[in-house]
Ligand binder design. Structure first.
Ligand code: ADP
Length: 495
């Protein structure tokens, strides 16, 4: 602690030094008695504190203050004087004086306190200055642009990185508009909350992407926008490249998948074709020997009846019956098979007409049944003969699968369902257990023996395949013992 005491009175100097020695340990005092001693001090070490009298023989305290401040602006200075002059005091204060104390015995204590306060103030100012320097250099080293702007978007300070990012040399450059025009309005910012956005700028014809973060702060009661600006052009390019790569990947994957699917579909189609050709030729070829079997059974029954006893005749009868049944099955198989090979020419079909035609054709079988048709049944798109075949299969089933002795009752109606018309055929028959509802649509699947309900098990398979080939769907709702409602859905005309 190096202090300077300028006073003409040696006793005063002694008192002052004694007093300050109590306050600061290791105090080193330099007494200033004339111009010469003052000059020496100015040329020497750093001064931590100066105590000046005003009225000196060789100059004034004010003059010393000025010269001292020029030499070391941060040095705290206290004027300790008899001269109670307000003008001088004000002028001295303006020139950086820390305190002005009147000499009196009790004011020595004040001098101590004032000296301590002045020294501490200076020290903390120095620490702050040091911090500021470090902070500034840190800011300059950052590759992130840092700036502060007023609420009306004037940038008041910014670091070097900010200028570099915008390729400008000073805040006066017009290019700065690119940022300031994008700054938020105060209403868009909540105090202490960061608002982040990505913006595109152009720098000397190049596109530059930046991320702008703004925070609303207040500095001595004034609102300011503190901003961070980061160059994310590289990042953007990288992200874009990544996306392109991902898209290409996806595209390649989709193409591979499509190729694989079409390859498998083709394989499946070929396999189906093979199978159908095989089924066709087998069914076709089997009918030939079957015809012979049936023919010979017929001959046995007609020409050799007298040579056979009743058991023999019954057996020959069985051969013929089973032959007939087998022929029906082969025929069914052939027509099911034909359905896949045939091209179905589609046309508009008025279901009211189609259903009426079928009912007319089945007139004989239906004479004991009760039929209710709820018109209109609407118009669908399909292949006329195939649609008739489907309706025929469903109606014949509806009258066939009833408990013996019960009068069959059939209700037919239809309902539009967006792009489809659903035709319902409801019966009062024996119904179908839930676990069989899918099975019955498969070929030769039957739930009963031929003895109780005749049939080959091909009718519903034909229904399902026909409807599918015409772009529709089919199904059934049923409860055992409470009848069934079969339905088919075919496309209708758009609105
Ligand atoms: P088929 O009538 O020649 O037996 P289908 O394929 O038409 O062959 O029907 C398959 C089976 O589905 C039938 O054997 C029967 O068990 C069941 N089924 C079909 N329609 C009905 C119906 N309306 N009510 C009850 N069961 C039915």
């Amino acid at each position: 602690m190096y202090i300077l005491v300028a006073d003409d009175d040696p006793n005063q100097r002694l008192f002052i030094i004694r007093e300050l020695e109590k306050e600061f340990s290791g105090l080193q005092a330099q007494e200033i008695v004339d111009e010469n001693s003052f000059e020496q001090v100015l040329g020497g070490d750093r001064i931590d504190l100066a105590i000046l009298d005003y009225q000196l023989r060789w100059t004034t305290g004010l003059d010393l203050l000025h010269r001292l401040k020029r030499h070391s602006p941060n040095c705290p200075v206290i004027m300790f004087t008899d001269t109670a002059n307000q003008e001088i005091a004000v002028e001295a204060m303006k020139s950086g004086l820390d305190d002005y104390i009147l000499k009196s015995p009790k004011n020595y204590i004040r001098l101590r306190a004032s000296a301590r306060a002045a020294v501490e103030r200076t020290q903390s100012k120095q620490r702050a200055a040091l911090l500021e320097v470090r902070f500034q250099s840190l800011l300059e080293q950052l590759s992130i642009g840092v700036f502060r702007a007023t609420p009306d978007h004037q940038v008041i300070e910014a670091n070097q990185a900010f200028l570099q990012l915008l390729r400008i040399s000073s805040l006066a450059d017009e290019q700065i508009d690119q940022i300031t025009s994008q700054l938020s309005q105060l209403t868009e910012l909540a105090p202490g909350q960061k608002r982040e956005r990505e913006l595109q700028l152009t720098n000397e014809g190049n596109v530059v992407w930046i991320r702008l973060a703004e925070t609303l702060n207040s500095v001595s009661g004034e609102a300011v926008i503190d901003g961070l600006v980061e160059d994310i052009t590289e990042l953007k390019h990288y992200a874009a490249r990544l996306q392109t790569i991902q898209e290409e990947e996806r595209q390649r994957y989709t193409e591979q998948l499509e190729q694989e699917i079409s390859r498998r579909t083709q394989e499946l189609e070929e396999a189906n074709k093979d199978l159908e050709a095989f089924t066709y030729s087998v069914s076709h070829d089997l009918r030939e020997p079957l015809r012979s079997i049936r023919g010979y059974a017929q001959i046995l029954l007609e020409d050799f009846a007298d040579q056979l006893d009743s058991t023999g005749q019954a057996y020959a009868d069985r051969i013929r019956e089973n032959g007939d049944r087998m022929d029906q099955m082969l025929q069914g198989l052939l027509s099911y098979n034909r359905l896949s090979r045939m091209t179905l020419a589609l046309q508009a079909i008025d279901l009211d007409i189609a259903v009426r035609d079928v009912l007319t054709q089945l007139e004989l079988q239906l004479q004991h049944a009760q039929i209710i048709v709820e018109a209109p049944l609407f118009t669908v798109i399909g292949h006329y003969l195939t649609v008739e075949q489907v309706i025929t299969n469903l109606i014949t089933n509806a009258i066939k699968f009833v408990t013996p002795g019960v009068q069959p009752r059939i209700r037919i109606w239809s309902e539009p369902r967006s792009e489809f018309i659903r035709l319902w055929i409801e019966d009062n028959g024996i119904g179908i257990a839930p676990q069989h509802r899918d099975r019955i649509f498969r070929i030769f699947e039957r739930l009963h023996g031929v003895e109780s309900y005749p049939g080959t098990g091909i009718g519903l398979a034909i229904v399902q395949r026909s409807i599918e080939r015409m772009g529709g769907r089919s199904g059934v709702e049923s409860q055992v013992g409470q009848g069934s409602r079969f339905w088919i859905e075919l496309p209708t005309f758009g609105e």
